[in-house]
Design a protein around this ligand. Structure first.
Ligand code: NIG
Ligand code: FE
Length: 410
């Protein structure tokens, strides 16, 4: 089946085949063709070019009427399979309690674990599906989803099975990450090292036996898991072929970046608090520095030093962290806007951070994240816009006309 999008005002985000991530200065440009067409065949981008070179056989036609066409956003860090919400803690935060104080009182992640435990799999699926449809409508075409609100073997499997169901029923590209070490489960209160053993010896084998996870994650931070515990889990996960994506340096300079890099993690995420040592560790690694400005915004934390990382020649990805405790939004346009407004990225840098680099951070940049022949046709068509800068500038304006997943309008 063939579809041609014609009269594209600007086709954004063109990259050559084999370019899997952008670093340093490369992040400052977004290749575009104005007055363009793009052909989709069997769900893949098969060709594109100037309207003056439009081929004869168009198949089905979509007229972009001068709007932009760009790759869908890749959201490489979310926790969208959760039950209910944490609006009560929202009030606590307004009253002045910090994220750590709420967690220390038994709220936070444990609160979500209690809610999830009391929710059956079908209900959890339907709540999560609603969030998946919400982010697809806002232009996300690939999403990584973590477990981590189970904290018992049974409930972690419940989350991962829901993620599998979402993947089977959706046109969206979905990757699953096992995050058993998100917090110490209630049954192991005061016995953190036994919980880590349980993650390694009971949960990981069970997750692997059902092939439910693509990656493994650990919340390596002050008050959560140590560098040593993180290393233990990463090494055990390696035996099952699971690569790391680490929560690091959200609450403190945790050592999470270094341990992630040491074990060839695909990404280290958060990075609100880092020093030159983290930049040095990331240099020449294959690990993508991923920052989550939605969490900084919601919790009133510092923003990651994305600009500094890029000036040092590194690549940076941005993701939403959509979860009930620190970022109850999966709007990647807002993430892009925060990247510009709060992290002082240029619109081009923010665009690349939310597309090709975030695709890399979830291991899918060989098939998504740019306009490249052969890549999956997950595309956003906008109404006519004045510039790329307008995307983060006017971030609340509903300018998305159509979202295509696998070449089909959703
Ligand atoms: O990425 N930092 C750890 N995990 C999540 C928040 C989890 C929660 O509070 O529910 C995050 O911010
Ligand atoms: Fe997170």
């Amino acid at each position: 089946m063939k579809t041609t999008i014609i009269n594209i005002g600007s086709l954004l985000g063109i990259l050559p085949q084999g370019k899997l991530r952008l670093e340093g200065k490369e992040m400052s440009s977004v290749e575009t063709i104005s007055d363009a067409y793009l052909v989709v065949e069997d769900g893949k981008i098969s060709s594109f070019g100037k309207m003056s070179c439009l081929p004869e056989d168009l198949g089905e036609v979509i007229d972009a009427e001068g709007g932009f066409v760009m790759p869908t956003f890749c959201d490489s860090h979310t926790h969208i399979v959760y039950a209910g919400c944490r609006d009560g803690e929202f009030r606590d935060k307004i009253d002045g309690l910090s994220y750590e104080e709420i967690a220390a009182r038994g709220g936070g992640i444990l609160n979500s674990a209690d809610l999830l435990h009391a929710t059956d799999e079908d209900e959890l699926y339907s709540q999560s599906l609603r969030r998946l449809e919400e982010i697809a409508a806002m232009g996300t075409g690939a999403v990584e989803i973590k477990s981590g609100y189970g904290l018992t073997c049974e409930d972690e499997l419940k989350i991962l099975r829901v993620i599998r169901r979402l993947r089977e029923g959706s046109q969206m590209c979905i990757k699953a990450t096992f995050l058993g070490a998100h917090a110490v489960g209630r049954a192991f209160k005061g016995r953190q090292s036994e919980y880590v053993d349980h993650v390694c010896e009971v949960m990981l084998p069970a997750v692997a036996a059902e092939g439910l996870s693509d990656y493994v994650d650990v919340f390596c931070d002050q008050g959560f898991f140590t560098v040593e515990e993180t290393e233990k889990i990463l090494m055990r996960a390696k035996e099952y072929g699971l690569v790391g994506k680490i929560h690091a340096n959200e609450l403190d300079v945790s050592g999470g970046v270094q341990v992630g890099v040491k074990h060839q993690a695909l990404s280290v995420d958060h990075l609100e608090r880092t020093t030159q040592a983290e930049i040095e560790a990331l240099r020449s690694s294959r690990t993508m520095a991923t920052m989550l400005p939605g969490a900084s915004f919601f919790l009133g934390m510092p923003y990651g030093n994305a600009k500094g990382y890029i000036q040092e020649g590194l690549g940076v990805a941005l993701a939403s962290d959509y979860n009930p405790g620190s970022s109850p939004s999966g709007n990647m346009r807002f993430v892009m806007a925060l990247g510009c407004i709060k992290m002082r990225l240029t619109p081009e840098q923010a665009f690349n951070a939310c597309t090709i680099n975030s695709a890399y951070a979830m291991g899918v940049s060989d098939s998504l994240g740019s306009i490249t022949e052969g890549k999956t046709a997950n595309l956003i068509i906008t109404r006519k816009l004045p510039s790329l800068a307008f995307i983060p500038y006017s971030h609340q304006t509903p300018f998305i006309e159509k979202v295509l997943l696998n070449g089909r309008v959703i």
